[in-house]
Write a protein that binds this ligand. Structure first.
Ligand code: TXE
Length: 487
């Protein structure tokens, strides 16, 4: 039986690519090809640029309120179709339906809704300078490119298009080649909501298409989500015409559990921050530092709950809470890290192997894995694994753990569990990370700006400042008196 073919979406419709190249997308839980995707060729990409120019000309002339109305219609359609869209994300990513049903579409819609509400309130300023005065205008940048990763496909497309479009820009979005469907569904919903054609185009491909966008002179800004190494390539390519860049990159974030912490809550956070979305979340707290006095209690509860409460299987089964990793290649990479951990002397408290659940025997599963007796120099403690692999380390005092937690080139997120409110804030203020939680982990409301320190990223997504980063300030000085001139 021939597979359905997904095309590029340009100017409000599907457009055939002349590249002749197409690639298959697999369902990670069944290892089956589910559809083919046409890779965009250069002519089609240029068509996307021309279309975006037309879309931008129309869209940027509308008032923020008019843009907001259309965005809010799209939000309503996203929420109406939550279940259908959640199933699509499950089939593309392998994540459990019990997650996708309540997180992926909802948090995507929330962000578009947030920026639709914020844009009409965006202000310029005015100031008198003697008899003269100046005012500032916030103007859109033009055509922006969005490049997505594969762990939250539709949400990432929403998080990038929301502020970009609310500010009056057009966007050409390239989803990850592993998970292209979600962005296409969003593009169709935008058109249904009344968005002018060309404002949001979706093109398919991998590095080559990504690089075509990041080097193109008509693209003013790139918003990228992906690995640190790729982020560096994107920044290099963006230098061709000095594009603005926002980068949401990888992390190896610490969770610090003090001796006065609520141990059960800390275990919940550690499991959420390592096993939710089968560990494929950039902000995950994959280095868990536990104070010596609560180390045994923490491990006992962690082992029991991991072995009894984590259910791997067919991700469409609502009882399942651990899905398949995105690809066989990624599953192998995670398993190699597990072997490296064992070789380097860490011990496996639980897990440490692949899984082949009865309900999804061909899926790319890895058991929820906890390493103990870890040391800071181990690969599993220093490098991002992006799978359900937690490294637990023990510490004795505050200064020591802060130094160890900061001893990395990354700085995406951090968490602290303690009932001592002054210590919790004192420690979190010293951690070199952009997204921090105290007695919580992973919450990311649309109002909260998120992004990394050091090599974990550039710029922010969500929050008021992100809308501003999709505009540029024009200052206009008005002379109210004769110009004084020595000439
Ligand atoms: O990244 P890749 P993946 C990170 C996460 C992990 C990675 C996993 O920490 O490190 O993303 O996602 C395109 N020029 N985050 O494997 O390989 C590629 O086609 C332009 C952080 O997808 O870097 C894909 O669309 N584009 C995040 C995208 O880049 C290029 C949350 C990412 O691919 C390119 C989620 C090139 N040269 C995941 N090469 C956060 N911080 O919020 C590839 N691409």
């Amino acid at each position: 039986m021939s597979l359905p073919v997904l095309q590029n979406f340009i100017h409000g419709k599907f457009v055939a690519s002349q590249s002749g190249n197409s690639f298959a997308v697999k369902n990670p839980a069944s290892d089956e090809d589910i559809y083919l995707v046409e890779e965009a060729d250069d002519a089609l990409l240029q068509q996307a640029i021309e279309s975006a120019k037309q879309g931008f000309a129309q869209w940027s002339k509308m008032t923020p309120i008019e843009r907001s109305r259309i965005l809010l219609k799209a939000v309503a359609l996203l929420r109406e179709r939550n279940d259908e869209l959640a199933r699509i994300e499950v089939q593309d990513t392998g994540k459990p339906i019990q997650e996708a049903d309540c997180v992926d579409i909802e948090t995507g819609a929330d962000v578009i809704e947030y920026f639709a509400g914020l844009a009409p309130a965006q202000l310029g300023s005015q100031q008198a300078v003697g008899e003269d005065f100046f005012y500032t205008r916030r103007e859109p940048l033009g055509i922006c490119a969005g490049i997505g990763a594969w762990n939250y496909p539709l949400q990432i497309a929403c998080w990038k298009s929301g502020p970009a479009l609310a500010a009056g820009n057009a966007m050409i979005f390239k989803p990850s080649e592993e998970t292209p469907m979600g962005a296409i569904k969003l593009a169709q919903i935008f058109i249904e909501a009344g968005m002018p054609k060309g404002v949001f185009n979706v093109v398919h491909g991998a590095a080559r298409v990504g690089q075509w966008l990041t080097t193109h002179n008509d693209i003013e800004k790139v918003s990228f989500t992906g690995e640190v190494g790729t982020g560096k390539k994107v920044m290099q390519s963006a230098s061709t015409n000095l594009k603005e860049v926002t980068m949401e990159l990888g992390g190896k974030s610490p969770l610090i559990v003090f001796d006065d912490a609520d141990v059960s809550q800390a275990v919940s956070a550690a499991m959420l921050g390592n096993f939710y979305t089968q560990g494929e979340i950039c902000t995950n707290c994959t280095r868990v530092y536990v104070h010596r006095d609560v180390y045994v209690a923490f491990l006992d509860e962690l082992k029991t709950r991991t072995e009894n409460n984590v259910i791997a299987g067919d991700p469409l089964d609502p009882k399942v809470n651990l899905g398949a990793l995105i690809s066989k290649k990624h599953q192998q990479l995670v398993l190699e890290y597990i072997e490296k951990g064992k070789l380097e002397g860490a011990n496996v408290l639980t897990g440490g192997h692949a899984l082949s659940p009865e309900s999804a025997p061909n899926g790319y599963f890895v058991a929820p894995t906890v390493f103990i007796d870890c040391t800071d120099d181990m690969s599993i403690v220093k490098e991002e694994i992006f799978g359900p692999v937690m490294s637990v380390l023990v510490f004795d005092n505050e200064d020591e753990v802060i130094k160890r937690a900061n001893n990395t080139e990354l700085g995406l997120a951090a968490g602290v569990f303690s009932r001592d409110i002054q210590r919790a804030h004192r420690v979190i203020h010293q951690l070199q990370a952009g997204i921090c939680w105290i007695n919580a982990y992973g919450n990311s409301p649309a109002e909260m700006p998120v992004g990394g320190y050091k090599q974990s990223g550039v710029g922010r997504e969500n929050g008021v400042e992100t809308l501003n980063s999709y505009t540029q300030t024009k200052s206009v000085y008005v002379g109210m008196s004769q110009i004084e001139s020595p000439f």
